[in-house]
Design a protein. Structure first.
Length: 634
């Protein structure tokens, strides 16, 4: 018998040994889904399936590598040297297109354009079709119309490629899982089609595909060429898919094509962790699996091996407030553990100070303790106050999957404006501002130069507002970046911080000291050769799949978690609740939740017996020893 199977619990064994055919493994957080799926691959091989006729698909290279390593370890015990195909959706799509690209007018050496490359093509198409104007020369009407921005068209192009060629948008219906065709006017639809055609023509001219094409183009080939479809349907005898909750309609269509002949399809995932609707993932893809695959066997993995009983019971109770979900109840045989700490701050700085002090007091970041700690938040902009609090206390940290706050492009642009207003001889800041636009820099320079304007701003917030107006900066973000909303949140966070200062020199000194200390922390961290004990900062989205001894969920307030954009949409609110569930289940031993303002409704859904209130509110204006370096001495 496979050694992997002997190490599984009864529920995992039942899933691994299920007969061939459609299989849905509903695996809660920390229940060993990767081990189970890997063991099923090895079990299929032991039952006589040729490894080379097994295809396992993941969503990330890291997951594919982990699965491949586990399978190879199992193969060594069986003596089988043949290997199954294990890769991501996109690597599989690229593999198919390398072989079939000539059917789509491409050569095998085609390029794969990333999001930035694709957006540049969209911008050129929009510029060409909307009149050939120069970038930044939009009329006031066009600037105010978000449906004329490249970001809008980029979204619609991606939407079209991920929803079987149609433009879909959710709207209320009796079935909250229903996604209906949006009744948009003919003019808008025609314009989108025109830009889509120009975009596709440009891709072909560049002998390139974009990332959406890696799924959309193979499905188009399979739908239009029966011989090509049959070739790939007979290539594999078993298809297995990890993280099924992240599936989108086009990926679902691809799997239907590949497994539609033998129907030997095994998928594993957790509907409670469907949090990527902005990538076109839809919880209904998971919940409707048994309807789409007649005769589906459903197995539940509900025993969590990661977290304490308190954390699991609290998270499971929050998740149960969603209307549509699979009937599972996460549980664990682990000890009860500590109660969840709940802290209410006066503001974001107060909240961040509490988090940093709690970390410092318990030494969770210290090398000698060997513990891992993460601070999770809903939006990237929230990292500003947290980073500042950690820097002040000399606590090493790193941003997972992103830039530190003051390294973000839009923040650096704004800080350059502040620096130039204070010191016109600052060539570095001047060059950055001129690179944005020499013409607009001249207007900004005129306003802030001594003696040239009666409205010369004196306070930092006024200088920033003048910069944003001179450069029409918000329109610039919308015109040039797909994630302009996220960048605007960073700007708003910076503005809130800047508003605390009346003197520009005081603000710039504070920023310089923060950045200098941050650089020192980064250099020291790199010198240790071990990042396990630095504090991990991350959005909740990027933390899915990770785990830590101690977790801080920051900003668990109405308007942040759940996010303000979700408050009027019940489906989005349910996804926000799943985000809270994901954040809570990242913690192994200690879970801390903090907020300021109105407490999140999700906090109120946690039973009182699992929560303890932390120290009374801090006074964010009180002097902390680590803050002394920022106080000007008399």
């Amino acid at each position: 018998m496979n050694n992997n199977i002997t190490k599984l619990n009864d529920a995992q064994k039942k899933a691994v040994e299920a007969p061939c055919g459609p299989l849905l493994i509903v695996a809660g957080a920390g229940t060993g889904k990767t081990r189970t799926l890997t063991s099923r691959i090895l079990h299929l091989m032991e039952r006589g399936t040729n490894p080379e006729r097994i295809c396992a698909i993941t969503f990330t290279n890291k997951a594919a590598e982990e699965m491949l390593n586990r399978v190879e370890s199992g193969e060594k015990r069986t003596g089988n040297r043949k290997k199954p195909y294990i890769g991501t959706f996109h690597s599989l799509g690229a593999r198919i297109l390398r072989r079939e690209c000539k059917l789509l007018g491409r050569e095998p050496n085609f390029a794969i354009f990333d999001d930035h490359d694709s957006f540049e093509i969209v911008k050129k198409a929009v510029k060409e079709i909307l009149g050939g104007r120069k970038a930044g020369d939009e009329t006031e009407k066009q600037k105010k119309d978000p449906k004329k921005s490249p970001a809008f068209f980029a979204q619609k192009i991606s939407e079209k490629k991920n929803f079987d060629g149609r433009l879909l948008r959710r709207r209320p219906s009796n079935d909250p899982l229903d996604a209906r065709l949006d009744g948009r006017d003919d003019k808008e639809g025609a314009l989108i089609e025109k830009i889509f055609t120009a975009y596709e023509t440009a891709l072909a001219k560049n002998n390139a595909f974009d990332f959406d094409d890696l799924i959309e183009k193979p499905t188009r080939l399979f739908a239009s060429r029966p011989a090509t479809l049959k070739k790939y349907q007979t290539m594999w005898d078993a298809i297995l898919v990890d993280e099924w909750q992240d599936i989108n309609p086009k990926q679902n269509e691809l799997i239907k094509f590949l497994a539609g002949g033998h129907r030997n399809l095994s998928v594993v995932g957790d509907d409670e962790q469907t949090i990527y609707s902005w990538r076109h993932a839809d919880v209904k893809m998971f919940l409707n699996f048994p309807k789409e695959w007649e005769g589906t066997q459903i197995e539940f993995l509900e025993e969590n091996y990661r977290s304490t009983k308190t954390i699991i019971n609290a998270a499971a109770t929050v998740a149960e407030n969603n209307r549509f979900r699979t009937p599972k109840r996460l549980w664990t045989a682990n000890r009860d553990g500590e109660l969840i700490s709940l802290f209410e701050g006066w503001g974001e700085n107060d909240e961040a100070a509490w988090i940093a002090e709690r970390i410092a007091e318990h030494g969770a970041w210290s090398m000698e303790h060997g513990a891992t700690t993460a601070i999770l938040y809903r939006t990237n902009a929230q990292s500003r106050a947290i980073e500042q609090a950690l820097i002040r206390r000399d606590i090493p940290y790193r941003i997972y999957g992103g830039l530190k706050f003051y390294e973000r492009r839009e923040v650096k642009d704004a800080v350059a404006a502040l620096r130039y207003a204070s010191n016109p001889l600052d060539e570095v800041s001047r060059e950055r501002l001129e690179k944005l636009s020499k013409r607009k820099f001249a207007a900004f320079q005129y306003q802030v130069s001594s003696g040239t304007s009666a409205i010369k701003p004196a306070k930092p917030p006024e200088i920033l507002n003048l910069f944003f107006q001179s450069y029409d900066y918000f329109a610039y973000l919308d015109e040039n970046f797909i994630n302009s909303d996220e960048r605007m949140e960073n700007i708003e966070e910076l503005m809130q911080f800047v508003s605390e200062f009346d003197e520009l020199t005081e603000l710039l000194e504070k920023l310089s000291l923060l950045q200098s200390t941050d650089d020192e922390n980064s250099n020291r961290e790199q010198g240790t050769g071990n990042r396990e004990n630095t504090i991990h900062l991350s959005t909740i989205h990027l933390a899915k799949g990770l785990e830590f001894d101690t977790v801080f969920i920051a900003g668990a307030a109405e308007g942040l978690l759940p996010h303000v954009r979700s408050l009027d949409d019940e489906n989005q609110l349910e996804e926000e609740r799943r985000l809270m569930y994901v954040a809570m289940t990242r913690a192994r031993k200690k879970l801390n939740i903090s907020f300021f303002g109105a407490a999140s409704r999700f906090i109120n859904e946690i039973p009182e017996e699992y929560v303890k209130l932390a120290n009374q509110k801090y006074n964010e204006n009180r002097l902390h020893p680590a803050d002394e370096e920022f106080i000007e001495l008399d």
